[in-house]
Design a protein around this ligand. Structure first.
Ligand SMILES: NC(=O)c1ccc[n+]([C@@H]2O[C@H](COP(=O)([O-])OP(=O)(O)OC[C@H]3O[C@@H](n4cnc5c(N)ncnc54)[C@H](OP(=O)(O)O)[C@@H]3O)[C@@H](O)[C@H]2O)c1
Length: 248
C-alpha cells in the first residue's frame, strides 16, 4: 500500500515508518523538517498524491492551552481536507486513552477536539488511543518536580513502550477502517507515584517521589479511572522491567 505518515520524524513516526517498510509498503515520512506542514497546509497536497492510507502521529511543539488547541484543530482540518481531495481511503490518528475524562487539561481538550473533527469528517478513519509511553515518563517527573521532590498521586497508569504503539498502528493502518476507536496499553497498571519512583531510581535520579492524593498530573486531577483503558484494549508485550533492562 501507499502510506503517508504525517509526523514521520517523531518518536512513533520513525518506528512506524520502519515497520511498514519492512512489510513491503511504500511509505512517505512527512513533517515540517521534510517540507510538509499540517498546520499551514504547506506541501500536503504533494505529499498525499497517490496515498491510500494516511497516519497522523504529529504532536504540538507547544502544550500551552491555546497553542495546542490551534495545532490539533488546524492540522486535522487541513489533513482531512487534503485526504478527501486525494481520495485517501483510510485516515488513522493516534490519540490518548481517557482524553474525554480530563477536561481540565488543555492538552486533552485539544485531543478530544482532534477526535471530534475526525469522527465528523469526510474520510473513513480509525482512532487509536494509547496510554502514556514509557519514553514519556521522565517528562511526567520533570513537569511535576518541586525543588528536589516530585509530588504525585497514586492513581493508576498503564504505560506502554513506544515500539508497541508503533506495532499496533502498523497493524491498524493496513486493515479496513473501523470508523471507530480502539485502545492500546501496556501490560501492567501501576500507581503513578510508584511508577515514577521506579523510573527515577533506574536512572539514579536523586529526586524523591512524594505520594500526595491531591497532586496534579499536567495541571489536572486524575482518579482510578482517568488514564486506564477499558476492556478489550490491545495489550503491548513489553513490560516496564524489560524496557528499563534494555537501557531505555
Ligand atoms: N507521549 C505519550 O505518552 C502519548 C500517549 C498517547 C498518545 N500520544 C500521542 O502520540 C502522538 C505522537 O507523539 P510522539 O511522541 O511520537 O511525537 P513527537 O516525537 O513529539 O513527534 C512529533 C512529530 O510531529 C511533527 N510535527 C510537528 N509539527 C508539525 C506540523 N505542523 N505538521 C506536520 N507535522 C508536525 C514533528 O515533525 P518535525 O520533527 O519535522 O518537527 C514530529 O515528526 C501525539 O499526537 C500524542 O498525543 C502520546
Amino acid at each position: 500500500m501507499n502510506i503517508v505518515i504525517i509526523g514521520g520524524s517523531g518518536l512513533i513516526g520513525k518506528q512506524l515508518t520502519i515497520l511498514l517498510r519492512q512489510t513491503g509498503h511504500t511509505v512517505t515520512a512527512a513533517s515540517p523538517s521534510s517540507g510538509v506542514n499540517a498546520v499551514t497546509g504547506e506541501g500536503l497536497s504533494e505529499a498525499l498524491e497517490g496515498a491510500q492510507v494516511v497516519v497522523d502521529v504529529t504532536n504540538s511543539p507547544s502544550f500551552d492551552d491555546e497553542a495546542v488547541m490551534h495545532f490539533f484543530r488546524a492540522s486535522t482540518q487541513n489533513l482531512l481536507a487534503a485526504c478527501a481531495r486525494a481520495g485517501v481511503s483510510h485516515f488513522v490518528a493516534l490519540s490518548v486513552v481517557g482524553s474525554e475524562r480530563l477536561p481540565e487539561s488543555g492538552y486533552f481538550r485539544a485531543k478530544v477536539a482532534q477526535e471530534a473533527l475526525i469522527k465528523a469528517g469526510p474520510v473513513p478513519y480509525t482512532l487509536v488511543r494509547a496510554t502514556q509511553f514509557f519514553e514519556f515518563l521522565m517528562s511526567v517527573a520533570h513537569v511535576g518536580t518541586v525543588g528536589n521532590t516530585v509530588p504525585l498521586p497514586s492513581a493508576p497508569l498503564q504505560p506502554i513502550a513506544a515500539a508497541d504503539v508503533a506495532a499496533a498502528l502498523a497493524d491498524v493502518a493496513v486493515q479496513v477502517p473501523l470508523n471507530g476507536t480502539c485502545e492500546v496499553a501496556g501490560p501492567q497498571a501501576l500507581p503513578l507515584d510508584a511508577l515514577i519512583r521506579r523510573v527515577l531510581q533506574a536512572r539514579q535520579d536523586p529526586r524523591e517521589v512524594v505520594s500526595e492524593a491531591n497532586a496534579l498530573y499536567f495541571g489536572t486531577r486524575i482518579d482510578e479511572r482517568s488514564l486506564v483503558p477499558g476492556p478489550g484494549a490491545r495489550i503491548g508485550p513489553t513490560t516496564l522491567a524489560k524496557w528499563l533492562a534494555n537501557g531505555y
